[in-house]
Design a binder for this molecule. Structure first.
Ligand code: GDR
Length: 323
């Protein structure tokens, strides 16, 4: 019998790639969508992958327990992927309450809905490398102490511990994936990689002259979302629930990433990049570098797409969009 998956955050980058993966595996995929008066706009990422008609959309909101309970009762999912969040770190200083409500408590809404309506379902929580924040170890693993540096990271940390708490308290099959930054042509334009590739495309086409950025010295461990959703699925196929770091093991500065994007189209970053302090954060996460050794050993997971290939794919996709 086909398995059933329920995805919150189905309209985001990871929701789209995960839906694609699960549909390929024969799952029936249900996605929770926050109702909007702008009909149709929610599915543009799924449209891009050509799968919007294959996902069943259900109206729901991460702050509405009774609505989520009803969805879980009706769908009776085998697997639940909680990807919904206010996910832009910088905005979390402007909207700390909303971020705490959706990104933190929202996970508990889903966990409660499962406990009450489908305790047999397996649960995946999208935890984040941002929780390591002011890093306490040079290379971060599942045992590295956390030090969140933003309202977003603090909310994610709460959701992470609640995921573990529901496993230990109620014996639910809950997994937490500590995913480092992951990007793709479906990344939102507010995040730095896509902001860069979108601007490089427009500069190449003569539609833009200058790209304004914040802290070029920040370093991130960047992987491809397509590789990372495979890790989410693998976590829920194991005999025992557990938590895993998902990372590439390589860290790169924003500046180096910008250079890769400009070089791909034969331009020089120094001719087009300007610093705008508005894009700096009140508290920065300077450097992140993950060790996914546990995921490799237990899940057989390894990233397949390099940063260079990913940035080039993103620039090419943005050139095609703007042409
Ligand atoms: P991040 O992603 O905060 O790491 O969280 P983002 O791409 O926004 O920032 C990465 C780094 O780039 C620096 N930076 C800029 N960032 C943005 N957005 N815009 C700029 O102009 C700019 N200039 C420099 C930032 O200061 C930062 O250091 C992402 C999100 O997807 C989270 O939801 C997720 O949990 C983590 O990755 C893992």
């Amino acid at each position: 019998m086909a398995k059933t998956a329920l995805i919150t955050g189905v309209t985001g980058q990871d929701g789209a790639y995960l839906s694609q993966l699960l549909l390929e595996k024969g799952y029936k995929v249900f996605g929770v969508v926050r109702r909007s008066s702008h009909y149709g706009v929610h599915s543009h990422r799924l449209d891009w992958l050509g799968i919007a008609d294959d996902v069943v959309f259900l109206d729901g909101d991460m702050t509405d327990l009774s609505g989520l309970c009803r969805i879980v009762r009706d769908v009776q999912p085998d697997e639940v992927y909680n990807l919904a969040a206010q996910s832009f770190v910088k905005t979390s200083w402007e909207q700390p309450f909303l971020t705490g409500n959706v990104t933190g408590l929202g996970a508990v809404v889903v966990l409660e809905a499962l406990r009450l309506e489908a305790p047999q379902a397996r649960f995946y929580q999208a935890s984040s490398s941002e929780m390591f924040g002011l890093i306490q170890e040079k290379v971060q693993t599942e045992t590295t102490p956390f030090y969140p540096r933003s309202p977003y990271a603090a909310a994610k940390l709460y959701a992470h511990w609640m995921t573990i708490n529901y496993r230990e308290s109620f014996d639910l099959f809950t997994c937490s994936g500590l995913l480092f930054n992951h990007e793709s042509p479906l990344r939102g334009r507010e995040f730095v990689t896509r902001k860069v590739t979108d601007a490089v495309a427009r500069i190449k086409l003569g539609k833009l002259d200058t790209l304004e950025l914040g802290n070029l010295d920040a370093k991130r461990d960047w992987g491809h979302a397509k590789d990372y959703v495979r890790a989410m699925w693998l976590m829920l196929q194991q005999d025992e629930p557990d938590d895993f770091v998902i990372a590439t093991g390589r860290t790169t500065s924003v500046k180096q990433m910008v250079d890769i994007a400009f070089e791909h189209v034969g331009l020089k970053a120094s001719d087009h990049v300007a610093i705008n302090p508005d894009f700096y954060r009140p508290a920065e996460v300077d450097v992140l570098l993950g060790d996914a050794g546990k995921a490799k050993a237990k899940l057989g997971w390894e990233p397949e797409i390099s940063l260079e290939d990913m940035i080039c794919e993103m620039v090419d996709a943005d050139i095609a969009r703007h042409s």
